[in-house]
Design a protein around this ligand. Structure first.
Ligand SMILES: Nc1ncnc2c1ncn2[C@@H]1O[C@H](COP(=O)(O)OP(=O)(O)OP(=O)(O)O)[C@@H](O)[C@H]1O
Ligand SMILES: [Mg+2]
Length: 359
């Protein structure tokens, strides 16, 4: 039996739960009933025209509840659902060990979502403006050169020798190639709109790329000392391999460019576990980036290279974000640069399925 002070506490808790600005619902999975529903939850259900009864509530939350029940390591499931015009955020939890009760916290996040999409639209508009300025500049320059070369050629075609004419043709083709390169980069911008993530062994991936760089450096006759450091347990990730390959090629190409004037080039590729993610790090001892330019490197068209498009890192960031990955860059001018790519770890059951499929 509860002591007077416990009773008092229960009453206080009940009052707090009723008044709290968060919907709280408890489902009894044995009795197939809603065993608790506070005032805020009832108000949310009224707005989204849902009856706070098990029969009408359960079909809406079933997939999340099943996710919680089926995975013993899962203690919380969060999801956002759209009901008509409203967005509701749900957090599912399973208090106790008998899997009898499921608690659901509900929040109407429509206004927050709306603010987020307004902010997103503003950022997009700014980026679009930035991109158009870049396109004007990147296509405008070669077009001007082509126009100039053709004008000179037109005026002097009768006077120039075949060799002199050839020089102008070469220049025109070079400028056309620059535009073509740019257009190819744009194609990549949309290439992985819907990345297909799957379990992948990162150590395999790193070894594959190490071989690529070794082959490349021997063709180019440059010596690069490559070290690999894979922390045990930091191998299994969930990612789109092709998209990650493209990002890694961009990052490695940048590293090679940065080291081209080095006497001794060193590259370190490592992976380590960091909470729910694995960090893939690529460190070069190249020229580094001045502190004042660090915040520019992910902007489309920012480049310090004569033949660069400045789209490599912008593209990488976009592709990674679509796979719940992220990319960061730290650098010291004159010392080198580290690029860190954060990739979600694969879940235990996914790794098991992956291993079975490999056997
Ligand atoms: N590892 C690095 N070391 C030094 N500078 C770097 C490194 N990585 C990127 N940068 C800087 O960031 C800029 C932008 O890189 P990004 O990959 O986006 O474009 P880019 O390499 O210039 O062009 P592209 O990728 O089309 O060849 C580079 O021009 C360079 O100044
Ligand atoms: Mg690049």
């Amino acid at each position: 039996m509860a002591t007077p002070s416990q009773e008092c506490n229960e009453l206080i808790f009940q009052e707090i739960f009723q008044k709290i600005h968060l919907g709280i619902v408890v489902l009894d999975m044995q009795k197939h009933a809603v065993s608790y529903c506070n005032q805020q939850a009832a108000e949310i259900f009224e707005v989204i025209k849902l009856s706070p009864e098990f029969g009408s509530l359960y079909p809406i939350v079933e997939s999340s509840v099943q996710e919680l029940l089926n995975d013993p390591k899962r203690h919380k499931v969060k999801t956002i659902k759209k009901h008509g015009e409203r967005f509701i955020g749900y957090t599912f939890d399973m208090p106790g060990k008998d899997k009898r009760f499921i608690s659901i916290l509900l929040q109407d996040i429509t206004d927050q979502k709306r603010m987020d999409s307004i902010a997103e639209a503003v950022v997009t508009m700014n980026n679009v403006g930035y991109i158009f300025t870049g396109i004007r500049h990147e296509i405008g320059n070669p077009l001007n050169s082509i126009k100039m070369a053709l004008t000179v050629l037109q005026k002097n075609i009768d006077r120039y020798s075949p060799d002199e004419i050839e020089v102008y043709f070469v220049r025109v083709f070079e400028e056309i190639a620059r535009i073509e390169h740019l257009l190819k980069s744009f194609k990549n911008f949309n290439m992985y709109e819907k990345p297909q993530t799957a379990v992948m062994d990162l150590s395999d991936f790193i070894m594959h790329n190490t071989q690529l760089i070794t082959a490349y450096s021997s063709v180019k006759d440059t010596l690069i000392g490559i070290s690999v450091d894979i922390e045990p347990g930091s191998e299994m990730v969930k990612v789109d391999r092709r998209a990650l390959q493209q990002v890694t090629m961009n990052v490695l190409a940048n590293a090679m460019d940065a080291m081209q004037n080095n006497k001794e080039s060193r590259l370190l590729i490592s992976s380590r576990s960091h909470g729910p993610s694995i960090l893939l790090e690529i460190t070069d001892n190249g020229c580094g980036i001045p502190a004042a330019s660090l915040h520019d490197v992910f902007k489309p068209f920012y480049t310090t290279k004569e033949k660069g498009t400045g789209l490599g890192l912008a593209l990488s960031k976009k592709m990674l974000a679509q796979m719940n990955c992220s990319i960061d860059l730290s650098s010291t001018e004159g010392e080198g640069t580290t690029v860190t790519i954060s990739i979600p770890k694969a879940r235990a059951h996914e790794v098991e399925e992956f291993r079975l499929s490999q056997d």
